[in-house]
Design a protein around this ligand. Structure first.
Ligand SMILES: [Zn+2]
Length: 171
């Protein structure tokens, strides 16, 4: 009964994007890049591909074209699996926090989604996300094939490696 009540009062877990200011160290250029704060993979399915192909949250300097990974934290929500995974930068777990850091972030996430009928977890980096929740290297190969097929159909307007953050947002 309480479950019914909470699922009616809690707002839908929806996809949210924002912009982040980037700066290139060598040439001092600055630009803004799109980042996901939260992704509902039912409405934005390319987020899954963007993680598997590691093309999401990547940007490049508009002047010297140096690629840059965007250091960000976002929640990946899969309504079908009733699952929320917070994806955090991989350096965090190597920076010395270890298990304590994991459990502290996990507790925060439990509280954040306390009103939802979902299980939660925290991962550090796309690799851990892929291994733990997206099907591992087998799924990566399938994603690569899927992306190649889509590019062939859609033409060369699609980025070669996989969907970037903007492609995930606009799909
Ligand atoms: Zn640059």
């Amino acid at each position: 009964m309480t479950e019914q009540a909470t699922s009616e009062t809690a707002p839908e877990i929806t996809t949210e994007f924002t912009e982040i200011e980037m700066r290139c160290v060598p040439c001092n250029a600055s630009w803004s890049a799109p980042v996901a704060r939260r992704v509902n993979v039912a409405t934005h399915p390319d987020a899954r591909l963007g993680i598997l192909l590691k093309t999401m949250h990547r940007t490049a300097c508009p002047l010297c074209k140096t690629p840059k990974e965007i250091d960000t934290i976002f929640d990946y929500y899969d309504p079908e699996r009733k699952l929320v995974v917070q994806v955090r930068p991989s350096w965090e777990i190597h920076a010395g926090g270890g298990e304590d850091w994991y459990w502290a972030r996990y507790e925060d996430l439990v509280l954040k989604y306390a009103n939802y009928d979902v299980r939660v977890d925290v991962v550090f980096g796309f690799d851990e996300m892929i291994e733990k929740y997206l099907g591992g290297q087998e799924a990566v190969k399938v994603a690569q094939r899927e992306w190649r097929a889509r590019r062939e159909q859609a033409g060369s307007g699609q980025p070669p490696e996989g969907p970037g953050t903007d492609d995930v947002r606009n799909a």
